[in-house]
Design a protein around this ligand. Sequence first.
Ligand code: NI
Length: 171
Amino acid sequence: MALLEIVKWPATVLETPGDVVTEFDDELKRLVSNMFETMYAAHGVGLAAPQVGVSKRLFVMDCSGGQDPKDRVVLVNPEVLMVEGEQNGEEGCLSFPGIFFPVKRSLRAVVRAQDLKGEVFEIDGMELTARCMLHETDHCDGIVFLDKTTALKREMAKRKIKKLQKAGQWI
Ligand code: NI
């Protein structure tokens, strides 16, 4: 296993819809296992392939932060089937280190995806699980959480990022 480099916004790959995964081979397994290791090392609960420079539709997620093996899951070719309700809470993203702001998301999301063997399954998640699945599925569609907030919050975040870039702290 190896740690992968997490690309930071505004990398083009973060704003490009990923390609559908068609090969469920060893290369995919290796990518996923490296993505898990990279996500845990960065203390994240979700990481999508475009965030490691791979323009494909898949993400890894573990909302327990490595505490519960049942929560360790990979979603290949995710598709949101149903959403319900609303939640508003602070959100972060490994491609925006140090940037947090409130994002409105659905309270519940049902997502259909494929596992590493290509088998189709569904996850019906609430709260953090729903938020994470929606955030990561957005990454697969080339959408970042900056696009999901108000114009005012977006400008504030962009100003903060510019400052960090100037200080050489956003590499
Ligand atoms: Ni993210």
